[in-house]
Design a protein around this ligand. Sequence first.
Ligand code: Q7Y
Ligand code: ZN
Length: 664
Amino acid sequence: MGTALIYDEEMTKYKLLWVDPACKIEVPERLTVSYEALVRSGLSDRCVSIPPREATDAEILLAHSEEYLEAVKKTPYMTLEDLKEFTLQYGDVYFHPNIYHCAKLAAGSALQLVDSVMTGKVRNGIALVRPPGHHSMRSAANGFCVFNNVAIAAQYAKQKHGVKRVLIVDWDIHHGQGVQYCFEDDPSVLYYSWHRYEHQKFWPNLRESDYDSVGKGNGAGFNVNVPWNKVGMENSDYLSIFCHVLLPVAYEFCPDLVLVCAGFDSAIGDPEGEMCATPDIFAHLTHLLMNLAGGKLCAVLEGGYNLTSLPQSVCQTVQTLLGDPLPQPAGLRSPCKSALESLQCVRSAHRRYWSFLKHAANQPSTDISTKRIKLANEEEGKTEMAVEERAAEIKEWPEPPERPSPPVRCASLLPEDVACPDGLKLFSSSKDLHPLLASKLQNGADDQDALITVSRLYAMIEKMLTNEIGSGLVLISDISAAMMGALQDLPSDLVDRVLVVCVGKEKDLNYLTTDGKMLFVQISDEDKEKEKNKYFIPVSLKKGCSDTAGFIQAVLGLLLPLAYEYDPTLVLLVRTPGSGVDDSMWQQLIGLLLGFAKGHTLVLMQTNEKVHVGPTASALLGRPAPPLLELQTLDQEDGEALERLRERLQTDWKMLQTTSEGTE
Ligand SMILES: NCCCNCCCCCC(=O)CS
Ligand SMILES: [Zn+2]
């Protein structure tokens, strides 16, 4: 299934008609440069083009009052003076004779997107719209927004398509207070937003944008605010928040639809955000959401004002929606102290609502809410530097890397009696022994055909590293012997960083290296605490890999941050017999791992587990994993054990930090 693209140049046909410094960045070119970049890169041709439509009154009233709608309806007939007058009653927004028409098209585009995804016409999609929506409230326009496109879309999805749980991810750099107000007592809509806050000093300067606004009444826990109290946040800050806050909560919430308030003012170069995250980060943020809700994801443009990083970020997002390989995440490092403070505050504010956060550290000593009060008092004196001055420090950043699709998306090495799943290509390699292994043969290595298998494995890996092959699936008779053989020399001669993820128990792991050429993470029911070292991480779950809640927490809270920091050039995923991992969890794991090493994941399974070949192939081909069944809550002991393991490892692995304790 494809990716929908909704765009119409009609939505470029309104602009600011008078002088207002706060609004001048919201220009029609935002849409044209984004769409033109999609055309120039050939991405628009690969999408399913869906026309926008005007939202009806009834649809707009899903999130707005009648009096507000009636008032906006009058604007097309207003004189310039009337428009100015009308605008004065709202904040940081402007009206234009054609903005009501465009606002209906923007909201209607979001609804077209929801229909296309919910009816299975496409898998996912993006709507490039103006005016944006997430600041507009029930009876007020605000922050360039007239109708709340995504809030209307969420209500519409519930009402028309019977969607039970909607996740809204707002990665725009501003707090979508309009969305928060709309759903704060509604447990069927989980609103997640990060936003520049600077202890309430940044627009819209709302007390309720802080981390302690968790939702009200039945909605308590279903509103997650992550305040950025400093500018200059980087890729590592964004990814650590996704791994340690958003994803655990999102998986536990188990949505059947994901809506993204896709604002790109959170990208480097933006005058509003003043952050330093590079456009390729949106490839990863999109990817991390694509295995939720069976892949049903609708992205709707919000902000984004740098006419270079905006189109780059839009292209990165669309390319991921289309299933192209991800770029290796650029230069990750430790999340900054301020991000860790926010991370700790959000996790502690939500620990009582989400079993995955239950073991989070308690309220931090340096509670940032006291800072808010103190700074607010100091605030009287200081005047804000003009946004223009600060934006002048705009940094340079590299063009996002090419993300070529390999000619063979997934190759397989299977025994003769196992049929090759559709979509996979049988890997044929020369029968003779790989030169790296020839020496073994001379000193009479015992198992001839194991060596042949390992040799063909090497050949496949070589083709992955030259991007002739994307991912691989290999069935072998005996996992442990082959694995030992294959891994013995693999790191030193073939690739420089291999992430080995071993699902299930594996007895003798004596080939582990400690030189960093290989990071070995094992998830099983075995407790190997004592053997742990920086590059061998045994994660033990009491009930083993069949415990989906424990497994997904180990993957999200440990494996993902480790993998981002390690940044492997190859991922080797080994499933040992009797691991007990269920297929949907297995597919979720593969889907997430494909985000690393440009999609070069090689799966090793034992022939007697060939019943799992179908689901494995489906995941390796980029098909979305089925939603995990209602997750049972995380086992208390396992939760504590995972938390202890994370705490102990965080000195070596900075992406595992979730508190600011111990940072300079
Ligand atoms: N009143 C002092 C300066 C305020 N600047 C307001 C900018 C609104 C931005 C809204 C936006 O980007 C939507 S995504
Ligand atoms: Zn914004």
